[in-house]
Ligand binder design. Structure first.
Ligand code: B12
Ligand code: SF4
Ligand code: SF4
Length: 378
């Protein structure tokens, strides 16, 4: 069987199973990426969510010794909801980033890669394959870039000509020597819109991110959110889409091809106040199928509390006081203290003073003192 023919058949089959774009590249070492990862590590710009050593991340044969090529896949997701619920004073809402709309994309892409793998094995019985999506060692973006799926934008996202950057990526290592596609031309030119729009200056220079400053990362941490970022995360509960939303390549790009990736408006833009009281079980039942829930309830609830402070939501004061007094988690009590300080009513102030007398945790005490200080200063 001719490789060209097989490759064409794979492309055609991929379309039938909900893969929107596919590209092929060699299993050669990602030399430039190796340097980049070293630099990111030295500068402490990494998030800590990356898997594997630099060698494993850049040398495909360490992951599958027989590797000769890599198939990169992209699945497009929506950027707009049909009926966006609007938050109002007294009934504020938070937002999950688009990468958390619909079912967890790891599941959606894994299913497609499994089907693709079965198809290839039928055609080439001695094919050896290994697939990954997000949680594997390889940089899904570096693979997609080299396989010509999209170019690497200054916001660090892979941008496809057809669907913009609103695509999930995954790949399959194989022992089949597919003919590699060519990378596509860079499309950023002298544009710097995303760098200017990033709320925290996380894009250090075109194509280089300090993940420690990126809101997408910060929404997923479990500890106290450093103070400088608290007003910047706004009502984001998980992830951040700003540097993609402003990108000219995403203008008018809104792909509704896959039912399972459609957002449930009440879940991706949920009311904030009810989220304060969710039990672990309720959280899992409601949000467990979304990719944004992978870090559990705590970071999301912390962000809910900060969002209420951001909105200065007076109707949340009673709830926040109860949480500040009774929640067993210091991060949650301290964040509630910060938000009460922001809201700044007399009731909030009195509650902060009382709670401070009883608080044992030093960090929470610090938050309460700061909140009281800020209220007196205003
Ligand atoms: C860690 C991680 C994060 C971290 C760090 C992100 C980052 N930019 O590095 C945090 C938590 C911040 C994050 C956030 C997001 N993530 Co994320 N994340 C990952 C993960 C697990 C590893 C990424 C990684 O290794 N980064 C290290 C950097 C150095 O490499 P890289 O970005 O992978 O590769 C590019 C650069 O290295 C650059 N590069 C390499 N050498 C050189 C040299 C020069 C000179 C230059 C200029 C550039 C350059 O080119 C590469 C190709 O574009 C991948 C999944 C995976 N296994 O790859 C998903 C992944 C990158 N994330 C993804 C998504 C969707 C997001 C968010 C949009 C989610 C959201 N809405 O909040 C945001 C976007 C934030 C942003 N601006 O990047 C998608 C990206 C899809 C796409 N179209 O690009 C991925 C691929 C997951 C997936 N399988 O779909 N993420
Ligand atoms: S995801 Fe948000 S915080 Fe991160 S680089 Fe993009 S705009 Fe900046
Ligand atoms: S906003 Fe401009 S610079 Fe940023 S990724 Fe898009 S085209 Fe490139």
């Amino acid at each position: 069987m001719k490789i060209e023919e097989l490759q064409k058949d794979i492309q055609a089959y991929a379309k039938t199973i909900g893969i929107d774009k596919i590209g092929f590249t060699t299993a050669d070492i990602f030399t430039e990426m190796k340097e980049r990862l070293r630099r990111q590590q030295e500068l402490q710009y990494q998030s800590g969510f990356e898997k594997g050593s630099i060698e494993e991340r850049t040398e495909p044969q360490r992951l599958l010794p027989e590797s000769k090529s890599i198939i990169s896949i992209a699945v497009a997701y929506p950027s707009r909801m049909e009926k966006t619920p609007r938050g109002t004073k007294g009934d504020r809402r938070g937002i999950f980033a688009r990468a958390s709309w619909g079912i967890d994309y790891h599941v959606a892409l894994r299913e497609r890669l499994d089907k693709l793998g079965e198809y290839i094995k039928k055609r080439v019985p001695d094919a050896v394959i290994k697939s990954m999506v997000d949680t594997g060692e390889l940089s899904d973006r570096a693979v997609a870039e080299r396989a010509g799926v999209g170019f690497s934008g200054k916001n660090t996202s892979i941008i496809t000509k057809e669907y913009g950057s609103f695509v999930y990526l995954g790949e399959m290592l194989t022992n089949i020597p597919f003919i590699p596609d060519s990378p596509i031309e860079d499309g950023c030119g002298d544009c710097t819109i995303c760098l200017d729009a990033c709320p925290t200056g996380a894009i250090v220079q075109g194509g280089q991110l300090n993940a420690q400053r990126c809101i997408a990362f910060l929404t997923q941490t479990k500890d106290f959110l450093p103070e400088e970022f608290r007003t910047k995360i706004g009502n984001r509960l998980y992830g951040c889409d700003t540097c993609q939303q402003v990108c000219p390549w995403n203008r008018g790009k809104d792909s509704h091809f896959h039912k399972e990736l459609e957002p449930e408006p009440e879940l991706v833009k949920p009311r904030l106040k009810p989220m304060l009281h969710l039990s672990n079980r309720e959280f899992k039942e409601k949000f467990g199928h979304m990719s944004g829930s992978w870090r559990g309830k705590k970071p999301i609830q912390r962000n809910v509390i900060l969002a209420l402070g951001h909105y200065k939501e007076v109707t949340a004061v009673e709830d926040l006081i109860a949480i500040m007094k009774n929640d067993p988690r210091p991060v949650i009590r301290g964040s509630a203290a910060w938000s009460l300080g922001k809201i700044g009513t007399d009731v909030a102030k009195e509650a902060l003073s009382h709670a401070l007398e009883k608080e044992d945790d030093e960090q929470v005490q610090y938050e309460m003192e700061n909140a009281l200080f800020a209220m007196t200063a205003n």
